[in-house]
Design a protein around this ligand. Sequence first.
Ligand SMILES: Nc1ncnc2c1ncn2[C@@H]1O[C@H](COP(=O)(O)OP(=O)(O)O)[C@@H](O)[C@H]1O
Ligand SMILES: [Mg+2]
Length: 334
Amino acid sequence: MSEALLEIRDLNMHFPIKGGVFQKTKKHVKAVNGVNLSVNKGETLGIVGESGCGKSTLARTIVGLQKPTSGDILFEGESILHYSHKEMHQLRRNIQMVYQDPYTSLNPRMKAGDIIGAPLKAYRMTNNLERRVKELMDLVGLKADDYHKLPHQFSGGQRQRIGIARAIALNPKLLILDEPVSALDVSVQAQVINLLEDLQKELNLTYVFIAHDLSVIKHTADKVGVMYLGKVMEISDSESFYNNARHPYTNALLSAIPLPDPEKERMRERIVLSGELPSPANPPTGCVFHTRCPFAQENCKTNTPLLEAKDANDGHLVSCFYPLNTEKKQLIPE
Ligand SMILES: Nc1ncnc2c1ncn2[C@@H]1O[C@H](COP(=O)(O)OP(=O)(O)O)[C@@H](O)[C@H]1O
Ligand SMILES: [Mg+2]
């Protein structure tokens, strides 16, 4: 069961910035900068990173809303970047997206039932439309009489349920979840995450679950990748990721998750990153993280580390010349 459903190879998405009197391209925002990833069938790949690191750009490129600058995207082993309009239309049934903000991603003038049924209409699957929509509403925990309500009559969590029902309407194979719970109250987040987990099992879905902090995907992701300024810094299966994180950036992110045990929480050291997040229009040379890394050496400023396995060939990949080991983690400065 280790068949890749989605593979991303050396993907770049660089946006031109124009300036000056002649509106010439001055620079590029390297929103996604050489990303390699793969997701197996039935798995959840969690992607984490600070705001602006390129997560949504990656998501939009995967679902075909943006054409990448270079690289390749394979779905079920086939490159999708040169698909015809018709092939793309068919592919979209299989790759659907859930957006971060359930307030702006739903048309305020459309009834819930029509929003959920819209993809079915677009694909002319209108036989028993109302019955299918009610079945979807039931699957995501909405009531049948919610059918005729408008988005503003729902709570944030319910609105995200509408977005999820719309995303699964066409029986897709892959869902790209772009911070699906970030806009929700903490108490509601867990309910929506549980719903997504149940649906995954029931409908045999594969997820790319984007989050901006690690605690959201801690229990959901089978594999976790960390992005920083358009690049993947570390990626591995969840167990190895949480027990043996090697990248200084990952360790900084992990040290920000509060521990449930107050004693341990008091004892542990928190890694506070110095300096500001650089702009992706002007990323640092060498390792992009060197300007904020407590362990950076001279060569980190000029040489770019590859994303590669450090010890065993276990698929735990790290992009760092000086990955942390257990002793070093204890020396992490405050
Ligand atoms: N269409 C665009 N044109 C120019 N810059 C963009 C565009 N979309 C995103 N960006 C820039 O790319 C970077 C990554 O953005 P985004 O993918 O939205 O990050 P995230 O989702 O991780 O917060 C940001 O600096 C953003 O301003
Ligand atoms: Mg985003």
